[in-house]
Design a protein around this ligand. Structure first.
Ligand code: C2E
Ligand code: MG
Ligand code: MG
Length: 530
């Protein structure tokens, strides 16, 4: 960037240069006059005609004219220098990120375009697209100042590892990129990408806190096969997206198959939107029983998509897509509405547990929306239980608390789902007055095999009891686990041992014949789902 000092410096040089020019012109003129004897002739003439005063006057007027000319020229030079400085500053702002000082997306794409259209002699080049992992929780928990500190430190660390002649840029949000030559071949490039991940994973110290993020890197080579700069960036983006899917904190290099995967994903998004609108996502119901008596006390509503070609799809195939595309709320409310209508016919003591996605808690009107469904369907609030996962707690604790309190004021109960898999702490358990803890099935399925796990599950049940919470163990598959859990004081159980998630007509049969083992009432294999 051109600074004020550098602008002043250039004016000084201009002035000296201009004065020297004028002096040398004057000196040359004087020498010519001396060598031609013009001064002697002039002196004789002036003295003969008594014109000394007139000559002095002419000399002063000439000097004044010269001064005015020099002044005007200096002002003109200054104006031009200021205009150049302003233009260069505007250029700087338009092509650089204001927070980190790195190149911005526009400059990066322009440079990438140049490298692509005018290949330089030497090794080919590549783009590294770097997306931060776990940046959002840092921003949400510690605020924007902390987020900005992380972004600035990321920029510094990228500058530190950037090879000569390379470019680092902030593409927007928590996405960065690098453009560089493959000096050390593709192995060198992979080593560099690993170094980037290691460097960005080191904690950032901010106000006495250690802020930790990570990074996932996608790489695309700048080749003639990719039409333009956008296509190269898109390829690096696909590779990065693959890295996120593979567990984050890894490097992935673009392969053309990734493009097909993305197309498939786009198609899934379109189909899912239509499926939600057409009611193709339906509620399945999994029994929840009391322990040790195994009396049916309620059901959990689990989404299933009857896909016209792919058959019955489990939530893992589409819930995250619905969350990412913003259609999870529509999906969830339509399921709750259908489930409430189904459950109206069941005995009044049976509860209905529904899963709510973390991002729905960001909607300040969620409790009102649920109340509207309960009123419309005539389903009593005290029979509804809302399950929230631990990740909802870290994104906006105050907002989540307000929503939970509004729901509980309506009479709806709230359960903390998948306990033990996320970030919740004793602090969260005390702050948010849950009614129930659901122990995640990853703990439950190994209680009888691992003494360590058994101790942990025992501790969770006792912790729940000490806070006045009942516990449900998820994923009970064996008699041994069931009796061990009920011996430890676990009040409720859910799992394949008591029944898999099933469609309405099937759960209707189980409810109508409570003595009958759900396995015996089981529907044909095609309708039941894991
Ligand atoms: P979740 O709420 O923890 O539901 C329990 C999951 O454990 C269900 O998987 C259920 O089929 C499975 N499960 C229950 N008992 C057993 C068992 O004994 N063995 C094994 N191996 N699995 C068992 P499902 O239906 O695939 O759902 C997975 C997750 O998807 C749910 O976990 C829930 O977090 C989410 N989900 C399901 N439906 C919805 C929905 O309508 N909205 C939202 N936001 N999330 C949903
Ligand atoms: Mg659940
Ligand atoms: Mg669960």
């Amino acid at each position: 960037m051109m600074t004020k000092t550098s602008v002043r410096h250039s004016w000084g040089q201009g002035e000296v240069y201009e004065s020297l020019c004028l002096l040398s012109i004057g000196t040359s003129f004087w020498m010519i006059c001396v060598s031609l004897g013009l001064f002697d002739t002039l002196t004789t003439f002036v003295l003969a005609h008594n014109l000394l005063e007139f000559l002095m006057l002419a000399t002063f007027m000439g000097a004044a004219l010269m001064g005015a000319f020099v002044r005007k020229s200096i002002i003109l030079r200054r104006t031009m220098a200021e205009r150049d400085a302003a233009a260069s500053q505007a250029e700087q702002v338009a092509r650089h990120d204001a927070l980190t000082g790195l190149a911005n997306r526009r400059l990066f794409l322009e440079t990438l375009g140049c490298w692509q259209t005018k290949p330089q002699p030497g090794p080919p080049s590549a783009v590294l697209l770097i997306d931060l992992d776990r940046f959002k929780p840092v921003n949400d928990l510690y605020g924007h100042a902390a987020g900005n500190a992380v972004l600035c430190s990321v920029a510094d660390r990228l500058r530190a590892v950037l090879p000569r002649h390379g470019m680092a840029a902030r593409m927007g949000g928590d996405e960065f990129s690098m453009l560089l030559r493959l000096e050390g071949g593709s192995e060198g490039l992979l080593r560099l990408a690993e170094r980037v991940i290691a460097s960005l994973s080191a904690p950032v110290l901010w106000n006495g806190n250690e802020l930790k993020v990570g990074a996932t890197v996608g790489i695309a080579f700048v080749t003639g096969e990719l039409a333009d700069a956008d296509a190269v960036l898109h390829a690096a983006d696909l590779a990065m997206y693959q890295g996120k899917k593979d567990g984050r904190g890894v490097v992935r290099v673009f392969k053309s198959a990734m493009d097909e995967e993305l197309r498939a994903r786009a198609q899934l998004e379109t189909e899912l939107r239509a499926a939600i609108e057409n009611g193709e996502i339906e509620p399945f119901y999994q029994p929840v029983v009391s322990l040790p008596g195994r009396k049916l006390i309620g059901v959990e509503v689990l989404a299933r998509w009857r896909h016209p070609i792919r058959g019955l799809l489990a939530p893992s195939e589409f819930i995250s897509v619905a969350e990412e595309t913003g259609s999870i709320a529509d999906l969830c409310y339509s399921l709750i509405r259908r489930a409430c209508l189904d459950a109206r016919e069941w005995p009044a003591e049976l509860t209905l547990a529904v899963n709510i996605a973390p991002q729905q808690f960001l909607d300040a009107w969620m409790a009102e929306r649920i109340l509207a469904i309960l009123t419309e369907t005539g389903f009593p609030p005290h029979r509804l239980e809302v399950e929230i996962t631990e990740s909802a707690l870290i994104q906006d604790l105050d907002g989540t608390r307000r929503t939970l309190t509004s729901l509980q004021n309506l009479g709806v109960r709230v359960a903390l789902d998948d306990f033990g898999t996320g970030y919740s702490s004793l602090y969260h358990l005390r702050e948010l007055k849950f009614d129930k803890l659901k122990i995640d099935r990853s703990y439950v399925d190994s209680v009888t095999m691992s003494a360590e796990r058994a101790k942990l599950v025992d501790a969770i049940i006792k912790l729940g009891a000490s806070l006045g919470l009942v516990t449900t163990a998820e994923g009970i598959e064996t008699e041994d686990s069931s009796s061990w859990l009920s011996d430890q004081g676990c009040a409720f159980g859910q799992g394949y041992l008591f029944g898999k998630p099933m469609p309405k007509d099937e759960i209707d049969r189980v409810i109508a014949h409570p003595a009958c083992d759900p396995a015996d009432c089981a529907p044909p294999r095609s309708t039941q789902a894991a």
